[in-house]
Write a protein that binds this ligand. Structure first.
Ligand SMILES: *Cc1c(COP(=O)(O)O)cnc(C)c1O
Length: 412
């Protein structure tokens, strides 16, 4: 339990979360979230918020989204029992397979939802940011699908590190803009996309890729990703005969994790978010935002961030590009403060070991991001024998082959 909330406040806020009453009218999850943006961006956010209110829960939008999720994304994704891993771990292990979704990860759930929303609110074109390129690929694909031009902002450093994804984005018909400002990575790409948005808030739709940023994005992305947890919950009841004792998901910005956890927060299930522990505990050696960070404002939201004593935002380090971010979604900050979700971290080498084990024992090449969740689940299973465990497999690892090739496999 954090010192940010009294026990009474924590209990009330958790009740509100479970009853679907968060965020509040101002986009706040208790003390977290909100909208800390410059005056020039307020009209753009207001317009987006009005669009979300009008369409997101309308029956015609929901029907259109459902159809795309079924026919194009490939939902529902499977829930797989993992027999060999279960035996090795002394647990009952179930895996929710977002790796089987179109373009290879959960990101498409959000991208197609927002692309459909962009069409409804009359946007003429879409802009998006990307770090590792996965959200860029999902956005480009979704925009091609709905017939909107798409421009993806990507840090110059990331473009070099993730060259194959730059090519994928272009082939899917989107334009890639190299960002040469700031840290030349994800944070600078988000800033640059915001700058472009201001120039034409009526014509442009900004398709943000995780449950971060100013209101209404954390809410919008959670709603679109909750399909993961809603499906998994029903599948556990149908296939496993009951809910899990514990559920694990990796946390970068926190979109796949909130998608899995949100439909489970009212249940008696231990929820565990796993961040990137990088190479060590020192500031700058990891991306373990919730595990080691402090409250502050980053990119429009009051949340937990990695900063030094002067409030300078810190660079992060992780073997997985998708977890390499110095902030985290505000709803996770609240779920941690209320004690409902526990956030821990796994190091680079632990993630690599878990990836190898899953590959060799279940025939699933998972993403490096996801491997952090497997590493933590494995540790939990060792300490809590006989538990039923659900793991959110956020994406597949084919994109990580250039990194993995540098680490020879030990299991044969
Ligand atoms: C982008 C990505 C993540 C991290 O993003 P979240 O918003 O925290 O879910 C995790 N896993 C995969 C496979 C990704 O592509």
């Amino acid at each position: 339990m954090s010192t940010l909330l009294t026990a009474e406040e924590a209990r009330k806020l958790l009740d509100a979360a479970i009853n679907g009453n968060l965020p509040d009218e101002r986009g706040r999850f208790g003390p977290f979230g909100g909208r800390y943006v410059s005056e020039t961006l307020v009209p753009a956010f207001d317009r987006l918020e009005a669009g979300v209110k009008e369409h997101l829960h309308s029956s015609s939008f929901k029907a259109e989204l459902q159809k795309e999720l079924r026919e194009w994304v490939g939902r529902p994704t499977a829930l797989s029992f993992a027999p060999r891993l279960s035996e090795a771990w002394g647990a009952e292990v179930w895996i929710k397979r977002e790796d089987l979704a179109h373009t290879g990860a959960h990101k498409i759930n959000n991208a197609i939802g927002q692309a459909l929303l962009a069409k409804r609110i009359g946007a003429k074109r879409v802009i998006a940011e990307t770090g590792a390129g996965q959200h860029g690929v999902a956005s480009a694909a979704a925009c091609a699908r709905v017939g909107l031009p798409c421009r993806v902002f990507m840090g110059a450093v990331d473009m070099e590190r993730q060259a194959p994804n730059v090519d994928r984005i272009r082939r899917l018909g989107a334009e890639v803009i190299a960002v040469e400002t700031g840290d030349k990575t994800l944070r600078a790409a988000i800033d640059e996309a915001m700058r472009e948005w201001v120039t034409d808030p009526d014509g442009i739709y900004y398709l943000l890729g995780s449950a971060v940023g100013a209101h209404p994005y954390p809410y919008l992305v959670r709603e679109l990703q909750s399909v993961i947890g809603a499906e998994a919950r029903q599948q556990m009841l149908d296939q496993a005969g009951g809910l899990p004792d514990a559920a694990f998901a990796c946390v970068g910005g926190g979109s796949n994790a909130i998608g899995l956890f949100y439909p489970l927060i009212g249940d008696d299930i231990e929820l565990i978010g796993v961040e990137a522990g990088g190479i060590g505990d020192g500031l700058g050696e990891n991306a373990a935002t919730l595990a080691t960070g402090t409250p502050g404002v980053l990119q429009g939201s009051y949340t937990i961030i990695l900063q030094d004593d002067d409030g300078q935002v810190q660079e992060t380090q992780s073997i997985s590009a998708g977890l390499d971010y110095s902030g985290v979604g505000p709803e996770h900050a609240l779920l941690q403060a209320t004690g409902r979700v526990k956030y821990i971290s796994a190091r680079d080498n632990e993630a690599l070991e878990a990836l190898e084990e899953l590959c060799a024992m279940e025939g699933m090449l998972t993403a490096l991001e996801t491997s952090h969740a497997f590493a933590a689940a494995r540790e939990y299973a060792k300490q809590n024998p006989g538990k039923r465990i659900l793991i959110g497999n956020s994406g597949r690892g084919d994109k990580d082959m250039p990194t993995l090739t540098k680490y020879p496999a030990r299991i044969r």
